[in-house]
Write a protein of this length. Structure first.
Length: 560
C-alpha cells in the first residue's frame, strides 16, 4: 500500500510552490512592468541607506515605519552592485514578502492538519487562501502585509493549540516570538497583543480549579503579551533616544498624521468611516459572516467551542483597530488595511467542519480541557464541500473589489498591467497608466544625475518624495539625505558645503513637509536666491510631484 506524503513533505511542497508563485508575480510586476507601491520602495530606500549611504548606520532605517520589514531586506540588498534592479525595482522587498506570505499559507494548512481534517479539504482551503488576488498581490509587492499576516496566523495557530492542550510552549511561541515580531512589522499588532492578553488571562482564570487563580492568569497573560509590550516600549524608547520622538508615525512631519493633514484624506463622519471599513471587509471576505455563524453553530455546547474565540479575537482585533483608525481620521482609505479578513475566513473555514484525530500534544498542561470525542464513522463530504465553496466565493468578489478606485486606490491600476489597452482614451484608463508608471520619472532623474559623474555629497534632497530617486541611483553616496548627521548643516550653507544641486518639489500637499521647502519656502518658485533653475521635470506618475533641479550659486566673495 502506497503511503501519501508526510505532513512535513506537504508543508514543504506548499511553501515552495507558493513562494515561487509570489516571487514570479513580483518579478513580472515590479522588474518587468515597473508597477511598484510607494511604501515598498520607501522601505527599500531606507534599508539601502543602512548599507550604501554617505553615512551607513542602522538608525538610517528610520522610525516612521516599524523596522522589521526593511531590516529583513538587508541581505538581499548586498546584491545591489551586481544587480541594481533589486533596489531600483524594489525586488528585495518582493523576496521578503514572498517568503512570509508563503509562510502564512503554510500556517493556514497547518491549522487544518492540526485538527485532523481530510487532507483534500485542508489543501482546498489553503489553495483558496493562497490564490486570493489580494494575497497574491501582497505576497509579491514587498509591502508589510505579508509578514504581518504570517506572524498573526502563526500566533493564532499556536493559541488554538493552547486552547486544546494548555501547553505553555504555545504561549511562548505565540507571544514571545510571533506577536513581538508582528509589532515590529506593523502597528496594528498592538491591538492583537492586547486581545491575546485578555483572551488568555480570562481563559486561564476560568480553567484553574484552585488558588492562586489570579496569579496563574497573570503569568499566562504576561507570557503571551509581555514580549509584545516590550517591543512596543523598546521601539518607542529607541526612537525617542535617537530622534527625540517616541512615536514618529504620529508626531513626525513625515508620519501618517502629518500626511493626512497635508492630503485632506479623512473619513467624512465616524459612521461613514465604519461603513467604508465594513464594505472593504465584505469585498475581501464576502462570506465571513455565514462561515463564522456555521462554525459557531457546529461548536456550540462542545468542549472545543473556546477555540473559535482565538481567530475572532486576534484577527478581529486587527480589523477593529483599522476600522476605528480610519473612522477617527488617523489612517487612509486603503483596502489592504483589512486584508487580515482573508486569513480570518480561512481559519473559520477550518473550524466550521467536523474534525478528525488532531495533532498529538507533546506536553499536555494540567488545566487542559477534556479531549473532544472523535466520530470515527465515515464523514459526509457535504459540509466540507459547502464550506469550501462558500470560501471560494471570495476569489471573484475580491478580484472585482480590487478594480474599484474608491475602495482600492492602490490596486485598481493593476488593470493597466493585466489588461493594457493603449487605444482606450477614457479618464480611468489614463489614470491607471499614470499610477502604473509611478517612479518612472524618478528613475530618469537618477540616470541623469548619475550621468553627470558628480562627486559624493553633491546633491541634497529630502526623502519625502526623493526616496525613489535614491533607490534608482547607482551612486547613492552622491545624495545628502535627512538621515545623514550633517544634513541640516549642509542644507543651511549648501554652497560652502560643496553641494552642487538641490532637488526641489512644490510646497503643496506632502511637499510642505519637505525639509528644503521648510528651510527655503520660495525655493521651488524662485531658487530662494541661493540657486538657479537648471532643469524642470514634469512627472509621468500619478500623485507624484513635478521636479525642479536647481544648481547652487557660487558663494559670495569672502565666504568661500
Amino acid at each position: 500500500m502506497t503511503r501519501g506524503p508526510s505532513r512535513r513533505q506537504m508543508m514543504v511542497a506548499v511553501y515552495t510552490v507558493t513562494c515561487a508563485i509570489y516571487v514570479g508575480v513580483g518579478f513580472w510586476l515590479q522588474v518587468q512592468h515597473g508597477f511598484i507601491l510607494g511604501d515598498a520602495l520607501s522601505r527599500v530606500t531606507a534599508a539601502q541607506s543602512v548599507l550604501f549611504s554617505r553615512d551607513p548606520h542602522l538608525a538610517a532605517i528610520g522610525f516612521i515605519f516599524t523596522p522589521l520589514t526593511a531590516m529583513l531586506q538587508l541581505p538581499a540588498l548586498l546584491l545591489t552592485p551586481v544587480w541594481p534592479e533589486i533596489t531600483e525595482r524594489a525586488f528585495a522587498a518582493t523576496l521578503v514578502s514572498a517568503v512570509f506570505m508563503a509562510g502564512a499559507v503554510v500556517q493556514i494548512l497547518g491549522m487544518g492538519l492540526d485538527r485532523g481534517l481530510p487532507r483534500v479539504y485542508a489543501l482546498a482551503i489553503t489553495a483558496i487562501f493562497a490564490l486570493n488576488p489580494m494575497i497574491v498581490f501582497y505576497g509579491a509587492n514587498g509591502m508589510s502585509e505579508a509578514p504581518f499576516i504570517f506572524f498573526m496566523s502563526w500566533a493564532v495557530r499556536r493559541l488554538m493549540l493552547w486552547m486544546v492542550d494548555d501547553d505553555v510552549h504555545h504561549l511562548i511561541t505565540a507571544g514571545g516570538i510571533a506577536m513581538g515580531l508582528a509589532y515590529l512589522t506593523r502597528y496594528d499588532a498592538v491591538a492583537c497583543i492586547a486581545a491575546a492578553g485578555v483572551l488568555v488571562g480570562v481563559t486561564t482564570y476560568r480553567r484553574a480549579r484552585s488558588a492562586p487563580r489570579i496569579r496563574r492568569a497573570l503569568l499566562d497573560t504576561i507570557l503571551v503579551s509581555g514580549p509584545g509590550v516590550g517591543a512596543f516600549v523598546g521601539w518607542a524608547a529607541v526612537s525617542w533616544l535617537i530622534t527625540g520622538e517616541a512615536f514618529a508615525q504620529f508626531t513626525s512631519q513625515y508620519g501618517n498624521t502629518a500626511i493626512l493633514e497635508q492630503s485632506g484624506t479623512v473619513a467624512t463622519t465616524f459612521g461613514g468611516g465604519l461603513a467604508f471599513a465594513a464594505v472593504c471587509i465584505m469585498l475581501l471576505a464576502p462570506t465571513l459572516i455565514p462561515i463564522a455563524l456555521w462554525a459557531a453553530a457546529r461548536r456550540r455546547g462542545t468542549p472545543g467551542w473556546p477555540v473559535l474565540l482565538v481567530p475572532l479575537s486576534i484577527y478581529g482585533a486587527a480589523l477593529a483597530f483599522q476600522a476605528y483608525s480610519y473612522a477617527s481620521g488617523s489612517t487612509f482609505p486603503f483596502l489592504r488595511f483589512y486584508i487580515i479578513a482573508v486569513p480570518l475566513t480561512a481559519c473559520l473555514a477550518v473550524l466550521a467542519v467536523p474534525e478528525g484525530i488532531g495533532l498529538a500534544s507533546k506536553r499536555r498542561g494540567r488545566y487542559a480541557p477534556p479531549a473532544a470525542a472523535v466520530n470515527h464513522r465515515r464523514r459526509s463530504r457535504a459540509p466540507y464541500a459547502a464550506v469550501a465553496l462558500l470560501f471560494a466565493v471570495s476569489l471573484p468578489v475580491t478580484a472585482w473589489g480590487m478594480s474599484l478606485p474608491k475602495y482600492a486606490p492602490q490596486e485598481y491600476a493593476l488593470g493597466a498591467v493585466l489588461a493594457p489597452d493603449p487605444d482606450n482614451v477614457t479618464e480611468r484608463k489614463a489614470l491607471e497608466h499614470r499610477i502604473a508608471a509611478s517612479f518612472s520619472t524618478e528613475r530618469k532623474i537618477a540616470d541623469y544625475l548619475d550621468g553627470l559623474h558628480l562627486p559624493e555629497s553633491s546633491v541634497i534632497t529630502d526623502t519625502v518624495y526623493g526616496f525613489a530617486i535614491l533607490a534608482a541611483s547607482d551612486k547613492p553616496r552622491t545624495f545628502v539625505i535627512p538621515s545623514d548627521p550633517d544634513f541640516t548643516e549642509l542644507l543651511n550653507e549648501p554652497s560652502l558645503g560643496g553641494i552642487r544641486y538641490l532637488l526641489a518639489v512644490p510646497p503643496t500637499g506632502r511637499g510642505v513637509s519637505d525639509a528644503l521647502n521648510l528651510r527655503y519656502p520660495t525655493l521651488y518658485e524662485t531658487g530662494a536666491d541661493i540657486a538657479t533653475l537648471e532643469l524642470e521635470i514634469p512627472n509621468d506618475g500619478d500623485s507624484q510631484p513635478d521636479w525642479r533641479l536647481y544648481r547652487v550659486n557660487e558663494p559670495p566673495p569672502g565666504r568661500q
